[in-house]
Ligand binder design. Structure first.
Ligand code: AMP
Length: 463
């Protein structure tokens, strides 16, 4: 796979990565990555943290790690330092590539920009390509190691998912989110240019559409939340944006009305709904959505005739096995053959459906969150006695916000500060309330149903 990536870079004479005001050709990408890979080569074999956001040096650093055969661990610069220290500890990483400024002297920092050296690259024997961290119900982030073999399998499969390999892709996801693996593979392996939309642009509608206008991506890789956001612009249609011909959605449920709106606005649009957890290399199934499918309650998430791995349903749960599936979490010695996703699903007419969760994992704005992790962190705050965290859903059954109730002799500010110190901003509940009591059921467990009922009765959230 790496050799094919190198050949792809050498063959392309065009832009590989475009941000609002900076760009990188494939040739420059290869040369810069090679220089950095040679430096990494001399610094051991443990995983390498890459700290940054959507700068072009992120792509250089990722490719450099692949070339040097050292597992990369993408760390978004918006994450709190405690989480990063925990990741450092779990991965035993010995160095960090400083794409964004990392203001702590706890690890060796390496600049992503290195001088050219005439030293041959040495090949290491490392099976892990990258480690993505996701929310863990034990209260700590979970590391998911993905092997080169997993990536290779995904790479071959994804090429057949798009009716044609995208010329350029608008990329919205942070590199610490597995959705980004789609555009990374399309770019490094198949020559698609990535048009990167950073956090600031994502939240500034004017600038977001300016980016699209200026660089004209032929495809978009997005969470359904991001697609819905794009569709809020009434001019987001084939008349104003004729260059967009493929939209790939993954990461959370794509609602029928969102899909229908997109298909109506863009007449010849290829709209792909893909499904899969980080544990199985980004996605394992995909299907092209048509208007007829949008008349049902749920949209399919995959065509059983074109899967990246084996997919079965056991007791209503989607279970994955085979080449795309990881071998086990970083901090666990348990070897995984079959991965029980926790997703409720079924198969009908050769189409796979995913209709919800068995547990308290949620997707909020595309982010995967274990409510139990927030509860664990909350309950570790000194003087917090009891706590309950639950999502508030909107009429489409998507998470509108996260709410927390806390009991104990503690101030609201302290709770908020402690949570922000330990959790990424998207995991900190929007509304936190200090209350006298949290209802319990007959088994002395938090009565979530009663809590939610009370919340609905009193929309201000007073218990
Ligand atoms: P992540 O590991 O962040 O990619 O999250 C994986 C989880 O997102 C899956 O286990 C599902 O719960 C959910 N998910 C991913 N794609 C879809 C989809 N197309 N429809 C519904 N849920 C999805």
């Amino acid at each position: 796979m790496i050799e094919a990536m190198i050949q792809n870079c050498l063959k392309q004479n065009k832009i590989a990565y475009q941000t609002f005001d900076d760009s990188l050709t494939f040739q420059e990408l290869y040369e810069s990555s090679l220089s950095l890979a040679i430096v990494l080569n001399q610094k051991g074999s443990s995983p390498v943290l890459i700290y940054g956001h959507k700068q072009k040096e992120m792509l250089i650093s990722i490719f450099a790690c692949l070339l040097a055969n050292r597992a990369y661990v993408p760390i978004d610069d918006a994450w709190p330092v405690e989480r990063i220290l925990e990741i450092m500890n779990q991965t035993q990483a010995s160095c960090l590539i400083e794409v964004s400024l990392f203001p702590y002297d706890v690890i060796e920092k390496i600049s992503p920009v290195q001088k050219k050296q005439n030293i041959p690259l040495q090949s290491l024997h490392n099976e892990i390509a990258y480690i993505i961290f996701t929310s863990g119900s034990s209260g700590k982030p979970k590391g998911i190691p993905i092997t080169y073999e997993n990536c290779d399998n995904f790479s071959q499969w994804i090429a057949g998912v798009f009716p044609h390999i995208p010329d350029s892709i608008l990329s919205q996801a942070s590199f610490s989110f597995d959705l980004s693996v789609v555009e990374l593979i399309c770019c490094l392996r198949y020559g698609s240019a990535i048009i990167a939309c950073d956090r600031t642009r994502l939240h500034d509608y004017g600038q977001l559409f300016q980016l699209i206008d200026r660089y004209q991506p032929s495809s978009i890789v997005a969470t359904p939340t991001f697609l819905r956001m794009l569709l809020l612009n009434k001019e987001f249609d084939s008349h104003h944006y004729p260059f967009i011909d493929q939209i790939y959605c993954c990461g959370e449920m794509l609602l029928c009305d969102t899909a229908l709106k997109a298909l109506t606005r863009f007449e010849d649009l290829i709209l792909i709904n893909a499904y899969g957890p980080s544990e199985a290399t980004s996605a394992v199934s995909a299907v092209q959505i048509n208007q007829e499918m949008c008349q049902s309650k749920y949209l399919p998430v995959g065509d059983m005739k074109n899967l990246a791995c084996e997919v079965t349903i056991i007791n209503d749960e989607i279970v994955l096995s085979g080449k795309s599936v990881f071998h086990g979490y970083l901090s666990s010695s348990k070897n995984i053959d079959q991965y029980f996703t926790g997703d409720l699903g079924y198969i009908e007419n050769d189409l796979l459906y995913c209709i919800g969760r068995k547990d308290s994992q949620i997707k909020y704005k595309g982010y995967r969150i274990e409510l139990a992790e927030i509860e664990q962190v909350l309950s570790s705050v000194p003087h917090v006695e009891q706590c309950a965290v639950f999502p508030i859903m909107d009429s489409n059954n998507t998470v509108k916000t996260i709410k927390a109730y806390v009991t104990g002799d503690i101030s609201l500010n302290t709770v908020k500060e402690e949570l922000s110190r330990k959790l990424p901003a998207y995991m900190v509940p929007r509304s936190i309330k200090i209350v006298d009591q949290i209802p319990e059921n007959a088994n002395y467990k938090i009565d979530r149903r009663r809590l939610y009922e009370r919340f609905k009765r009193n929309i201000n959230g007073n218990l």
